[in-house]
Write a protein that binds this ligand. Structure first.
Ligand SMILES: [Zn+2]
Ligand SMILES: [Zn+2]
Length: 454
C-alpha cells in the first residue's frame, strides 16, 4: 500500500500549470477537430464543387433570370435534407435549418452574371448571348465571380448539414438574384422573405477578390462598400427633322450638356474629404441620323459613404438637369423626370464580428492567410438589406482571395489582375473550396456549441 505524499512546491506548480492549460488544450483540440472535419467535407465534395462552378461559369444568367443556377442550388439543398423555398423575389432560393437554441445567422450568396463578352481563354469560358429584360441582345459573363459564390454556398450547405450536431441555432441560407442590379435583396424583402425566416442576428456574405491570393481571405471592420443609387434621368424635348433644329428641342444636346455639368457636382459641390462617384453608364437617344428624337435617357450610378454626400449629389443632379431644360424652354409638363431604381446604404462590418471571424478563419486557414483588407471600396452590395431596413443585425462581408498565389508580388511589380466586371476577369477555381472552408468556419464559430451566445 502506498502512502499519499503531498507534491512538493515545484510539482504543485507544474500540476497547476497543466490544469490551467487543460481547458485551452481541449478547446484547441475541439477547434482543430472541427476544422479537420470541415476540410474533409470540402475536400470530399471538391470535384463536384469545382465542376459546378465551371458549369455556372459557362452558363451565366442575368439578374432575375437565374433559373438554372437557382434550380441547381435548390436541388443540392434538397438532396442534403434542407427544406427549400424557391422563387423568392423572382429566382431567390431560401432554406432555413432550425437546429436548437442559439443565434439566427443568414448566409447569402448572389447568383447573377453581367452583360460582358468574355475574353478569358479557359475551356469553360462563356459564349452565351441572351435577351435581357428590356429585350436587348447581350453577351453574358460571370465577370464578378458570383458563379464562385453560388458554388461555395453549396459547399457551406453541405458542411453545416453534415456537422449539425456540432452547432446550435438557426441557419438561413440564401441564394439571391440580381445583386448587380442592386435590387435582388429588395425584391426578396418585397416578396416577404421575412415571413419565411426568423429575424437574423447576423448577416454574412463573402465576395471573391482577385487582388488577394487564392487560399487567403481579407477583412476589416468598419465601412467596406459604398452606398449606391441607380437612377434614370429622362430629358424630354421636341422631336423634329434633322435639317431644322430650330423647330425642335434637341434632347441629345440637352443630355450632353447635363452630362458635362454633372462632372462639376463631384468636383465642386461635394466635400472633397468625402468619397463620391457619379457615373453615367448609358446615354440613350434616337434611332436615325436625320431625326431629332423626342427624349434622351441617362442612366446614372451614384456612390457615397456619407448620406450628406448622397443628398448633395441628388440635389445637384436635379438642379443641373432642370436648369438645362429651362435653358431650352422645355414646357412645364415636359420637365425632366428622375426614377430611382435602387438605393442601398454602405456596408459596415461589425467590429466584434470581424474580430471573431478573423480568429476562426485563422484557425481554419492559418494565421498568414487571413489578411487585413485595405481602404474601403466604392463597389457596393445589397445583402445587408435582406433583413429589412430596420434590422440591427451584425453585418460581415469577407473578401475571399481568387487571384493567383503570387498576386501580391505581381502587383508590387505593377502587374494587376483584371478588375471584376472586366472581360478579362479570372477567378482561380480553388477559391471556391477556400471560400467554403473559411465561411463555414465563420458560421461554426458563431453557432458552435459552447459559444457564449448559446
Ligand atoms: Zn459581385
Ligand atoms: Zn459585380
Amino acid at each position: 500500500m502506498r502512502n499519499y505524499r503531498a507534491p512538493d512546491r515545484s510539482q504543485k506548480h507544474i500540476i497547476t500549470r497543466l490544469l490551467m492549460l487543460l481547458p485551452f488544450c481541449v478547446a484547441t483540440a475541439a477547434a482543430g477537430d472541427i476544422n479537420d472535419a470541415v476540410k474533409n467535407i470540402v475536400a470530399g465534395s471538391a470535384p463536384e464543387l469545382i465542376a459546378t462552378f465551371k458549369q455556372f461559369h459557362q452558363n451565366p444568367e442575368l439578374g432575375f433570370q437565374e433559373f438554372e443556377t437557382a434550380a441547381t442550388i435548390a436541388a443540392h439543398f434538397e438532396k442534403l435534407g434542407y427544406a427549400v423555398t424557391t422563387g423568392v423575389g423572382g429566382t431567390g432560393v431560401v432554406s432555413v435549418l432550425e437546429n436548437g437554441p442559439g443565434p439566427v445567422v443568414l448566409f447569402r450568396s448572389d447568383m447573377d452574371a453581367l452583360p460582358v463578352e468574355e475574353l478569358v481563354d479557359v475551356g469553360y469560358a462563356s459564349t452565351k448571348i441572351v435577351e435581357d429584360l428590356a429585350g436587348v441582345t447581350v453577351p453574358l459573363m460571370h465577370a464578378c465571380g458570383h458563379d464562385g459564390h453560388s458554388a461555395w454556398l453549396m459547399g457551406v450547405a453541405e458542411v453545416m448539414m453534415t456537422l449539425k450536431d456540432r452547432w446550435s441555432g438557426t441557419l438561413i441560407l440564401v441564394a439571391q438574384p440580381a445583386e448587380e442590379l442592386l435590387s435582388g435583396a429588395h425584391a426578396m424583402v418585397a416578396d416577404a422573405i421575412l415571413d419565411l425566416v426568423p429575424e437574423p442576428g447576423y448577416l454574412i456574405a463573402g465576395h471573391q477578390m482577385p487582388f488577394w491570393p487564392v487560399g487567403s481571405v481579407a477583412l476589416t471592420h468598419g465601412y467596406r462598400m459604398a452606398g449606391s443609387i441607380q437612377m434614370d434621368v429622362v430629358l424630354r424635348g421636341k422631336g423634329g427633322h434633322g435639317s431644322s433644329p430650330h423647330l425642335a428641342i434637341d434632347p441629345v444636346v440637352m443630355g450632353s450638356q447635363a452630362v458635362m455639368a454633372y462632372q462639376t457636382i463631384v468636383s465642386r459641390l461635394v466635400d472633397q474629404s468625402k468619397p463620391a462617384v457619379l457615373t453615367i453608364g448609358s446615354f440613350q437617344a434616337g434611332l436615325a441620323n436625320n431625326v431629332i428624337p423626342d427624349s434622351a435617357t441617362l442612366k446614372l450610378n451614384l456612390r457615397w459613404y456619407d448620406p450628406a454626400v448622397k443628398d448633395g449629389m441628388l440635389d445637384g443632379i436635379k438642379a443641373v438637369t432642370d436648369n438645362v431644360a429651362s435653358m431650352y424652354s422645355v414646357a412645364a409638363d415636359d420637365m425632366p423626370t428622375y426614377t430611382i431604381k435602387s438605393d442601398v446604404p454602405p456596408v459596415f462590418n461589425d467590429q466584434a464580428l470581424t474580430q471573431r471571424a478573423a480568429a476562426a478563419m485563422k484557425n481554419m486557414l492559418g494565421d498568414d492567410r487571413v489578411l487585413v483588407a485595405g481602404d474601403p471600396y466604392m463597389g457596393s452590395e445589397d445583402f445587408h438589406m435582406l433583413a429589412g431596413k430596420d434590422s440591427s443585425a451584425s453585418v460581415l462581408m469577407v473578401e475571399v482571395g481568387s487571384g493567383p498565389p503570387d498576386v501580391l508580388a505581381q502587383m508590387k511589380a505593377g502587374n494587376f489582375p483584371a478588375f471584376p466586371h472586366n472581360p478579362n476577369f479570372y477567378m482561380e477555381p480553388e477559391a471556391v473550396l477556400y471560400g467554403a472552408r473559411a465561411l463555414s468556419a465563420v458560421l461554426l464559430d458563431i453557432m458552435g456549441k459552447g459559444q457564449p451566445d448559446q
